[in-house]
Design a binder for this molecule. Structure first.
Ligand SMILES: Cc1ncc(C[n+]2csc(CCOP(=O)(O)OP(=O)(O)O)c2C)c(N)n1
Length: 301
């Protein structure tokens, strides 16, 4: 299930229209059932290794407990397609709208960079089986939204309780397990500073991943929520150290993006280093509220 930024998002159009929802590997904490089944009227199929945790909005009509791949293969073997042309067209229209968003060109050369442009650069630099570990914040929401994931376990996101500070240690772990793959830790500046000391571990463990910092000198996602609810931010801005100098002091390589065109070549260079590298990229989170406004005005097809 795609992660919605707010109540009204593309995915909610699909859910609003559905009479049956098939939940595969779904964890209630990710997107509470009361949000997408407020009238408790959808028939729910739960497919997961664990039995469903039920609540008033999550009453399971059919529970399929077992390894997901095996369950899906066996269900597909027994199922047959039943074409309802109108419904298929509506689903196709929604899919087209979502795909178009990937192509929409927000100004690719603006500086500070738009978060969509940063995420597109990450997708361009990382191969399908490389690993992106995301921290928690506005950058995570943009990654969840705009980073197409081609293979399982190649985009690791701390959701649910969503602890900030996970990306750096997560990237060290990923690189230890898969030394032959490129590993990128995507961090906000706040989350990076919660576990920056792990750069010492990274150097000692010889894990040469790249950490990319979305720098906005703020707890960006909290500011976004404050602006939405109260119209003004409070107590979320802070000043950063010189991240490149900090990284170098640990024995890592440090970079700072000064123009949009620099990001991709800088990431490529960072991945060639024999030591961990930290790339700081100033971002324009003005895009957050613009997205909120766009989705607020948007009508389901
Ligand atoms: C350990 C921890 N503390 C607090 C929070 C609540 N929280 C979620 S996102 C966030 C701000 C993240 O800011 P930053 O890391 O700079 O990323 P940005 O939103 O700017 O991309 C906070 C405080 C959390 N999820 N985990």
């Amino acid at each position: 299930m795609a992660f919605p930024l707010q109540e009204h998002d593309y995915v909610s159009c699909g859910l609003d229209r559905a009479d049956v929802v098939v939940c595969v590997g779904y964890d209630l904490v990710e997107y509470a059932p009361a949000r997408w089944n407020p009238r408790h009227d959808k028939r729910i199929v739960h497919i997961d290794p664990s039995p469903a945790e039920v609540d008033a909005a999550y009453q399971v009509a059919v529970g399929v407990q077992g390894a997901i791949a095996g369950s899906l293969t066996r269900i597909a073997g027994r199922a047959s397609a039943r074409g309802d042309a109108a419904k298929m067209r509506a689903a196709g229209a929604l899919k087209e709208i979502i795909q178009k968003e990937f192509r929409v060109e927000s100004d690719g050369n603006a500086f500070p960079l738009k978060p969509q442009v940063v995420v597109a650069a990450l997708r361009a630099v990382l191969a399908d089986n490389d690993i992106l570990v995301s921290d928690v914040g506005a950058h995570k929401l943009w990654i969840a939204r705009m980073y197409p994931c081609m293979l399982p376990n190649t985009c690791v996101i701390s959701n649910g309780f969503a602890s900030m500070g996970i990306a750096l240690p997560g990237a060290i772990g990923a690189k230890l397990v898969y030394p032959e793959r490129r590993v990128l830790a995507a961090c906000g500046d706040g989350g990076f500073l919660m576990s920056a000391q792990e750069l010492e571990t990274a150097v000692r463990a010889r894990t040469n991943f790249v950490a990319l910092i979305f720098e906005d000198s703020s707890y960006g996602v909290i500011k976004w929520k404050q602006l939405k609810r109260y119209g003004r931010p409070a107590f979320v801005d802070f000043r950063n150290p010189d991240f490149a100098a900090l990284a170098e002091s640990f024995g890592c390589r440090g970079y700072r993006v000064n123009a949009a065109q620099e990001l991709q070549p800088m990431l490529e260079d960072a991945f060639r280093q024999p030591v961990p590298a930290v790339v700081t990229c100033p971002v324009d989170y003005g895009e957050n509220l613009r997205l909120t406004e766009r989705l607020g005005a948007w009508m389901c097809p």
